[in-house]
Design a protein around this ligand. Structure first.
Ligand SMILES: [Fe+2]
Ligand SMILES: [Fe+2]
Length: 135
């Protein structure tokens, strides 16, 4: 399993603020991966995961506020995806606390897949809408 390499063109949703957020998310996920590969203990993994949860909450809130401000027509379904991820993250942190060995690998894979699917589908769609509806 490798690190996530940020591709500025491929992953851009053409919005500087949110592109920066996504890049920061990738950085934290990579930090998690690195700690996992170096065999760091549950404590440090938990700490990074906590940082990731906080940043994810901050980022989702920023996107949701933007969508509301521009009357984005797909707000509900986009928010539902955010809520689902937050719930899944909570579930993973509970499992991690039980010391299950595979949880960290599962977590990394899940985050990586989720992030890129979400960015390339719903976030990109939102990015286009923001550009096309600039006043
Ligand atoms: Fe999003
Ligand atoms: Fe996003």
């Amino acid at each position: 399993m490798s690190f996530i390499k940020w591709h500025p063109v491929l992953y851009s949703i053409n919005n500087t603020e949110f592109d920066n957020h996504h890049q920061k998310l990738v950085d934290i996920i990579n930090k998690f991966h690195k700690a996992m590969m170096e065999g760091k203990g549950v404590d440090s993994l938990e700490q990074i995961f906590f940082e990731l949860k906080n940043y994810t909450n901050f980022h989702f809130k920023a996107e949701e506020e933007k969508m509301l401000a521009i009357n984005y027509p797909f707000y509900e379904s986009h928010k539902k995806e955010h809520d689902k991820l937050i719930a899944r993250m909570e579930e993973l942190s509970v499992r991690a606390k039980t010391g299950e060995k595979l949880v960290s690998i599962d977590t990394f894979k899940f985050l990586k897949d989720w992030l890129f699917t979400h960015i390339s589908r719903v976030d990109k769609q939102m990015g286009e809408y923001i550009i096309n509806n600039k006043t």
